[in-house]
Design a protein around this ligand. Structure first.
Ligand code: ATP
Ligand code: MG
Length: 579
């Protein structure tokens, strides 16, 4: 490819609305242009990157025995009504009508469509297991599209769906996809972790997210420094503590009653615990939620935070949201900051951390007042105790008791064990060996193509620009003739480019009439892994230069050897991206 004929418009300016480095660099390197919020044009070099990601996805999906299909972006509402998600999915689902007033949506994920396909085509246990995948344009009307390809509204996803005769088979299909995902991200040269995750909108019994480790990641994850446990903090389990804590007061006596104390203007955990001179861990924090199953008060120790995902799952609710000031007043008779479980006529659930408070303090459901000497089980009775809080720095690993490390990650892939959620609702059944009708057991598996490319940049860049892992770089070798007017410089550049091209290397020849400084800056910015520079003096002396974009290592090589050496470096870099 020749730069003079190629549309890769690089810019020096940092785009003002790009908050993360991958977004900035994709714009600056001419890979991406915005059309509307979360909707983009992929420029030629950007598209080359996405195609390379897709190629790796296809190779690994095919190798794992999955079959490629292509399903439509436009999906009729009937299928989504059958699964029950038409009502459950919320505003991320872009819905519209055709000219005959029939309802459709743009598919944000394709469980319904693929389940419909399989129930029509698969009749017998002999046809199972089957895994279908596609690489297709998804639409999600994200509330906050941002970070470029990281969180777009229209984006490419590789989504795969497995159908098995039973749980055992489903476990095997899940394992195959999990292993394929590990190979995929290793082939892209990424530092990643597979962690336990919540199943969210998709549903199912369990799931793993594949996280690329990066400080800019939107997700917080924990991983054990001793064993292989890792989890999204949304999911990370907190063990039920054995010890009981005692605040100032009666130490958990059976007799007696709470005492009311004045706490004028003291609302937050910090204000109240300082004012009352008590350990925040003995405060019983009371949060009111409006949920799809009614109002719920959630109790947690003042040393911890409530985990809304756990609350939602515990209640089996479609949504939970913190009640606003107005609703808090209606439910407790007091402004927020003074809620407490004693005498509260609202369904109440409590985190394990509350059970271990022998005697604590809590809001009195009255402005400017709290109760002390409050004993759980004596003064209030939650419906039950459960793990409802966020994991904290002090928590041990729930598997081995080891130390948990916190880090941030970008979710690039997600695998789910779906069970029979969709196959049951949509009657995807088959006949078993005995001729008995049975429901297929499903799994689903997604990877964001653009998000993965963006995550690769988050992990591989420096002050000068992108440092592509070679397996997903738009080109493998950049050739820079420093001065086009020098015929032997240009001839040497053409020669080495043609030689490498003949060996199947993807060469990008910067034949623009630009100053050398600009060419070098653009080469660094666009991140092509290997650079060959042909300068006037070197060429006159029979030499050229090879530079490794990642290490900055430069070597002066005889012209005759230039293609061989560059080829060898490309091969070494490819070997670094081995699965
Ligand atoms: P998130 O929590 O980040 O919104 P999700 O859990 O909704 O992601 P899935 O439904 O599991 O995502 O989708 C599978 C994959 O699709 C994700 O792992 C991610 O790589 C990609 N993906 C999801 N939403 C987007 C988006 N808005 N833009 C780009 N890629 C996305
Ligand atoms: Mg999402």
């Amino acid at each position: 490819m020749r730069y003079s004929r190629y549309l890769m418009p690089t810019t020096k300016e940092t785009p003002s609305d790009a908050e993360v480095v991958s977004h900035r660099l994709m714009l600056r390197a001419g890979l991406l242009r915005k059309v509307a919020s979360g909707i983009y044009n992929y420029m030629p070099a950007g598209l080359r990157v996405l195609r390379k990601v897709e190629r790796i996805l296809r190779e690994e999906m095919d190798a794992a025995g999955a079959m490629e299909v292509l399903m439509p972006a436009v999906v009729p509402s009937e299928l989504w009504k059958e699964s029950g998600r038409w009502d459950a999915y919320g505003k991320e689902l872009l819905r519209f009508k055709d000219r005959a007033d029939r309802e459709f949506c743009l598919g944000p994920t394709h469980e319904e469509v693929v389940t419909d396909l399989v129930r029509r085509e698969v009749r017998s246990y002999r046809q199972l297991p089957i895994t279908l995948y596609q690489i297709q344009d998804k639409f999600r009307d994200e509330i906050r599209p941002r970070f470029g390809l990281m969180r777009g509204r229209e984006f490419f996803m590789k989504d795969a769906y497995s159908f098995d005769a039973d749980e055992e088979g489903a476990t095997e299909s899940y394992k195959k996809m999990y292993d394929a995902y590990c190979r995929i991200f290793r082939r892209m040269g990424l530092d990643f972790r597979a962690v336990e995750a919540d199943t969210g909108n998709i549903g199912g019994s369990s799931s793993h997210e594949f996280m690329v480790i990066a400080d800019s990641g939107e997700d917080a994850i924990v991983s054990c420094s001793s064993c292989s446990y890792g989890a999204n903090v949304e999911k990370a389990e907190c063990l039920s503590p054995g010890a009981t804590l005692s605040g100032k007061g009666n130490g958990g006596a059976k007799e007696g009653a709470p005492r009311k104390v004045a706490t004028p203007g003291k609302r937050t955990i910090e204000e109240v615990s300082t004012f009352l001179a008590i350990d925040p861990a003995t405060l019983i924090k009371t949060l009111l939620f409006e949920t799809s199953v009614g109002d719920v008060a959630v109790l947690v120790s003042g040393a911890h935070e409530v985990n809304e995902v756990k609350v939602k799952n515990h209640l089996g609710a479609e949504f939970v949201r913190l009640a606003g000031e107005e609703r808090v007043r209606e439910l407790t008779g007091a402004p927020s900051g003074f809620a407490g479980p004693v005498g509260l006529a609202v369904r109440t659930i409590a985190d394990y951390s509350v059970r271990s408070i022998a005697s604590g303090a809590t809001g009195a459901n009255e402005k400017d007042a709290h109760l002390v000497d409050v004993v759980p089980g004596r003064d209030f009775h939650p419906e039950g105790y459960a793990d409802l809080r966020m994991v904290s720095e002090d928590d041990p690993c729930p598997r081995c008791g080891g130390t948990l490390r916190f880090s941030r990650g970008i979710e690039v892939g997600h695998v789910f064990r779906l069970g029979t959620k969709y196959s049951e609702a949509m009657r995807a059944v088959y006949l078993d060996e005995g001729g008995k009708e049975r429901v297929a057991v499903m799994g689903c598996y997604g990877i964001g193509v653009g998000r993965t490319a963006a995550a690769a940049i988050e992990q591989n860049h420096d002050d000068d620009g992108i440092v592509w892992p070679i397996s997903i770089a738009p080109f493998e070798v950049g050739v820079i003739p420093v001065n086009l007017k020098q015929t032997d410089v240009m001839a040497a550049a053409e020669r080495v480019a043609a030689d490498l091209d003949g060996r199947g290397v993807e060469v990008f020849l910067d034949d623009r009439e630009e100053r050398p400084g600009i060419k070098f800056k653009d080469a660094d910015l666009t991140g092509i892994p290997v650079r060959i520079t042909l300068g006037e003096k070197n060429v006159a002396a029979g030499f050229g230069e090879i530079r490794d974009r990642k290490t900055g290592e430069t070597s002066r090589i005889p012209l005759k050897e230039l293609a061989n050496e560059a080829f060898a470096l490309v091969e070494r870099k490819k070997a670094e991206c081995a699965p």
